[in-house]
Design a protein around this ligand. Structure first.
Ligand code: NAD
Length: 483
């Protein structure tokens, strides 16, 4: 099977913050790969706009360096790079002043898709939106892309939404959650809604519980002071884990249409119960393996910010009443892994005398590493030893099943940027979704703040604090291994 690459319409993409870390690591290498794949045609342009005093050639040199550093060696191609760099331009701009705006306006073309990527600190979003309008650079068909964090609580998210809404219609605003750009996350929707197999079982009657894990091995050193103002709940749960939970729990939308999908996700968030204090475990990693602990990395010895959190959530609707969703995420854990595991209930009655080998059916959706799905099934252990049961995975590694053309799944950013150009908002968060997620998260955060709860210490390289294990043990369940 050959991968189909359909070129997008010609575009001008302005990257505010085009010299920054995110642009260098993700956005520009992603665009290079789409160019290489033939999806970005030679009549499109990328315009870097940032504070640094560079010209086109200076920016091209910076981008060439970023591609050399962040694109895998086997995808580097000098000739392709040369052609790609020709499509790059640069304007030195001041988001808070007037410098550079007339030059940017002079560069823009009419008759092509125009998109503006705000890869700068959220404090500048309002300034950029205002100036894009004031200088008549962005029109009513143009798109803006905004990065996380989208607020730090409900009040700030509302304020940010209101600021953007003063200048742009909701249909023009693309709020990035790169988890939604992952191949497997979208496959979750295909598996659920393009097959009859799972849907009849997709409810509390047959699903015992759901686990969502996002584990990282890295700590917060280097950006600890910033991270300390956020923490795992704000940085990961309110956005990424929440989006994953929504895709598992949502009702089938009437159509695969941006607003239909986002309406269903919103209903899930609104149906989430308040989380009880006993169902929350927070942790901070200790020093280990020659690296400092959270308190050193955050440069705040009295910090109560969590680098780990585990929560038990309930969704109060007909489908999910009684099925807990356990979420956990943390830094400096044993392995870097992200997965969703859906554990089904026991069959109502066992016909086998020796059910010793019996294990639950589990559908595991791996986001990283090696995106794919596994369905853990019971079969008879091969051989003449009588009817003994054993568990085997039905492995749905997409690369193996779909052949070489699909060996390499595009990075989430590549897909999302192409969706912006196509004008498809399905995989972007709508303003009301973000606000609903904060409305759920806020009381959890203010709850532990007002109680003065301290995070529990956990060993670097472990699977998190002891109390997180107890959160599951109490319910007669256990976390899947982090490996
Ligand atoms: P960065 O500090 O590396 O880069 C900031 C960019 O903004 C630079 O290009 C700088 O020139 C530009 N800039 C700053 N002030 C400006 C001004 N007054 N006028 C014009 N340009 C100005 O930041 P980053 O890490 O690239 O992050 C950018 C955004 O993306 C932030 O909102 C961040 O939260 C978000 N984000 C970053 C990452 C990441 O991995 N770096 C991941 C997710 C989200």
């Amino acid at each position: 099977m050959v991968s189909r690459v359909i070129p997008v319409e010609p575009f001008d993409l302005v990257i505010f913050g085009g010299t920054g870390d995110l642009a260098r690591r993700k956005i520009l290498p992603g665009l290079y790969r789409r160019f290489q794949a033939g999806q970005m045609t030679p009549d499109s342009r990328i315009i870097g706009a940032a504070r640094a005093d560079l010209d086109d050639n200076g920016f091209r040199a910076l981008v060439a360096e970023a591609i050399a550093e962040f694109v895998p060696a086997e995808r580097q191609d000098k000739a392709v790079l040369g052609e790609f760099l020709k499509q790059l331009h640069y304007v030195a701009i001041d988001a808070k002043g007037e410098g550079g705006w007339p030059q940017l306006k002079a560069l823009m073309r009419s008759g092509v898709v125009q998109a503006f990527y705000f890869s700068v600190a959220p404090a500048l979003f309002g300034d950029l939106a205002e100036r894009l309008r004031a200088h008549k650079i962005a029109g009513k068909n143009d798109r803006i892309v905004v990065e996380k964090p989208f607020g730090r609580d409900l009040a700030t998210a509302r304020e940010l939404n209101a600021t953007l809404a003063r200048h742009f219609d909701e249909s023009q605003i693309y709020r990035i959650d790169h988890y939604l750009g992952k191949e497997t996350v979208q496959n979750l929707m295909a598996v659920r809604f393009a097959n009859i197999l799972f849907e009849p079982l997709w409810k509390a009657e047959y699903i015992d519980h759901v686990q969502i894990t996002v584990a990282e091995t890295v700590g917060v050193d280097g950006r600890g002071a910033y991270y300390d103002t956020s923490g795992a709940m704000r940085d990961m749960v309110q956005n990424h884990l929440m989006q994953l939970l929504c895709l598992i729990a949502m009702e089938p939308p009437y159509h695969f249409d941006p607003n239909a999908v986002r309406d269903e996700k919103l209903k899930v968030i609104r149906a989430l119960d308040a989380v009880q204090p006993q169902d929350i475990v927070r942790g901070q990693y200790l020093a280990g393996d020659g690296q400092g602990g959270y308190l050193e990395h955050s440069e705040n010895p009295a910090s109560r910010t969590e680098s780990y959190i585990a929560l038990k959530c309930h969704i109060s609707n007909w489908r999910w009443k009684g099925t807990p969703f356990y979420l956990r995420t943390g830094k400096r854990l044993r392995a870097r892994t992200s997965e969703i595991a859906i554990t089904f209930k026991e069959p109502p009655h066992s016909i086998f005398d020796d059910a010793e080998g019996w294990r639950e059916n589990v559908l595991v959706i791996r986001l990283q590493p090696n995106e794919g799905m596994n369905l853990m099934m019971m079969i008879k252990e091969p051989g003449p030893g009588g009817m003994r049961l054993t568990q085997v995975p039905l492995d749905m590694s997409f690369a193996d099943a779909l052949g070489e053309a699909h060996q390499e799944t595009p990075d989430a950013y590549e897909r999302l940027i192409m969706d912006v150009i196509r004008g498809n908002q399905t995989l972007f968060m709508r303003g009301d979704e973000v606000e609903a997620a904060w409305a759920w998260a806020d009381p959890i955060i203010t709850g532990w703040e007002s109680r003065g709860d301290k995070p529990q210490a956990y060993d670097a390289g472990s699977s998190g604090p002891e109390d997180a294990l107890m959160l599951m043990h109490r319910d007669g369940r256990r976390w899947r291994d982090i490996r």
